[in-house]
Design a protein around this ligand. Structure first.
Ligand code: ZN
Ligand code: ZN
Length: 120
């Protein structure tokens, strides 16, 4: 069977895209009866939307956990799950505890990250 590139119209964006001979062969091999309906960008957009359930999808939907500062007791949210027995500090306490000049992030890497993101 011979295949030649065909021009199809994307049902999502209405743009034209090429259904290449190679792709047609692939479809033929797989016995797909229908032509592809979407161009590659739209297809990957859809795939991305479907996979969007993952936490890293948008980079925004981080888990915010409500907790209380172990230092002053104020309610605060942290972008991570607080570990049992580990002190969770609110922004202010965290900043006041942290030596200003020292890169002391080694002991509380997550909290340090929290402080950094919260400044934005
Ligand atoms: Zn499209
Ligand atoms: Zn506090």
């Amino acid at each position: 069977m011979e295949f030649a590139d065909r021009l199809l119209t994307c049902s999502d964006c209405g743009g034209e895209f090429i259904f290449t001979a190679g792709e047609q062969l692939f479809f033929h091999d797989k016995q797909f009866k229908n032509d592809p309906k979407r161009c590659k960008p739209c297809k990957s957009k859809r795939a991305g939307a479907k996979a969007g359930a993952g936490p890293a999808a948008a980079g925004i939907s981080r888990t915010e956990t409500r907790t209380h500062c172990s230092e002053c007791g104020v309610e605060t949210t942290v972008p991570f799950k607080p570990t049992q027995g580990r002190p969770v500090l609110c922004r202010q306490c965290f900043q006041s505890k942290r030596p200003v000049a020292e890169p002391a992030a080694q002991e509380l890497p997550v909290a340090a990250e929290a402080a950094m993101t919260s400044q934005a």
